[in-house]
Design a protein around this ligand. Structure first.
Ligand code: NAP
Ligand code: GDD
Length: 373
């Protein structure tokens, strides 16, 4: 068991929650950065917060913000971390077009502020740094499959800010000898994914539609192709990158690409029905085609499944189109496989199945609550 000290920014997010679990299982003392919000966003890590007797020596939360360099310096000075995982970000690509300056501040300058704190506190040779870089850097792709050597072409304020952070890490590595790594992670999902990202939006909404809680799923570009993996598998790589002799940058990906439309079809099948597409462009709609009575009976029980063949449940809403879209992402994680012996454990079908199961359970509970209110 390790007795290392880690600081995790973005600890309340999807990856933060999985990484916390991993680091705790390895015996780390974990410090997390949380920002002040009017309603707490700690749901994903509440099991650690509400068990202080079990975790009070190993887990600590600190108020601070990636836009506030003084808070970052104060926390880093106090805890003298062996490792910092910078997962905090305004992580929504579409939102970054509405808030470009804020996104640049958090995702770009936020990284610089941490690195400057490490440098000014003379921790460059003690503290190892992980940067949550992203496949969004490839944007308008310059090669059909993307690896560490593929040129970048960012297509959103989010990606442009992440590009600044990416190069800042490399510059601090070369200029000051910092052990800093970029994990260039392709999309990774889970039942803990925020509901405004497309995969979780699909499993969350379809589950509620199946129980009759809502009527429709509104989507944007269903032709976009993404390389989706499971967040649990990907945080393991974040940790592994900081345990090597030399700091390097790695692509983490499943090596499979699928469309948003296919994700909808697979999620629907996991619930127990198939989808038929009709129309073109913004007029395309998704209808319930066939229902699998056995699966529906086993999951829903009598009378709770509210759909029948012919019901129109998917529509296009141009609101979700982006001013510049990333049409295709497809990763080549050969370097991670060869150098770190890493490959994803969870298949695409297992990922969708896990997300659907969790969302069906949540929807079922909501129906029960509604019944007794
Ligand atoms: P997420 O669920 O959206 O979590 C983002 C985290 O950042 C949350 O804890 C959030 O806090 C925190 N945060 C936002 N603004 C902040 C600020 N100003 N100061 C401090 N913390 C702030 O994202 P994720 O999916 O876990 O992704 C983790 C990181 O990996 C992000 O940097 C993301 O850009 C990057 N990434 C993600 C993927 C992916 O597919 N998931 C792929 C490549 C790269 P609140 O809870 O208070 O909002
Ligand atoms: N969010 C969303 N909502 N996306 C939609 C929708 C919708 O209703 N309909 C279609 N899409 C398309 C988007 O246009 C995009 O092409 C694709 O679905 C995936 O969108 P997101 O799930 O929002 O993820 P992302 O790929 O833009 O960004 C995520 O992955 C990046 C790594 O490639 C985020 O987690 C980023 O933080 C991360 O860096």
């Amino acid at each position: 068991m390790s007795n290392k000290v880690a600081l995790v920014t973005g600890i309340t997010g999807q990856d933060g929650a999985y990484l916390l679990k991993l680091l705790m299982s390895k015996g780390y003392v974990v410090h997390g950065l949380r920002r002040r919000v009017s309603v707490p966003t700690t749901q994903r890590i509440d099991e650690y917060i509400f068990a202080p007797q079990e975790h009070h020596n190993e887990f600590h939360l600190h108020y601070g913000d990636l836009t506030d360099g003084l808070s970052l310096t104060r926390i880093i000075q106090r805890i003298q971390p062996d490792e910092i995982y910078n997962l905090g970000a305004q992580s929504h690509v579409h939102v970054s077009f509405d808030s470009p300056e804020y996104t640049a501040d958090v995702n770009g300058l936020g990284t610089l502020r941490i690195l400057e704190a490490i440098r000014n506190l003379d921790l460059t040779h003690k503290t190892r740094f992980y940067q949550a870089s992203t496949s969004e850097l490839y944007g308008k792709i310059q090669s059909p499959q993307q690896s560490e050597s593929t040129p970048f072409y960012p297509r959103s304020p989010y990606a442009v800010a992440k590009l600044f952070a990416y190069w800042t890490v490399i510059n601090y590595r070369e200029a000051y000898g910092l052990y800093g790594c970029n994990g260039i992670l392709f999309n990774h999902e889970s039942a803990m994914r925020g509901t405004s990202f497309v995969t979780r939006k699909i499993t969350y909404t379809l589950s509620r539609i199946a129980y009759g809680l809502i009527d429709k799923l509104y989507l944007g570009n269903m032709n976009a192709l993404r390389d989706w993996g499971h967040a649990r598998d990907y945080v393991e790589m974040q940790w592994l990158m900081l345990q090597q002799e030399q700091p390097e940058d790695y692509v983490i990906a499943s090596g499979e690409r699928r469309s948003v439309r296919e994700f909808v079809e697979v999620a629907a099948r996991e619930i127990g029905f198939s989808i038929e597409w009709r129309g073109q462009g913004v007029d395309e709609v998704g209808l319930v085609s066939e229902v699998d009575p056995e699966k529906i009976g086993a999951t829903f029980g009598k009378g709770r499944f509210k759909l029948k063949p012919g019901d129109e449940i998917v529509n296009i809403d141009p609101y979700y189109f982006r001013p510049t879209e990333v049409d295709v992402l497809w990763g080549d994680a050969s370097k991670a496989r060869e150098k770190l012996n890493w490959s994803p454990k969870t298949s695409f079908l297992e990922l969708v199945s896990e997300m659907v199961a969790e969302d069906l359970e949540q929807a079922r509970k909501q129906v029960v609550v509604n019944q007794y209110e």
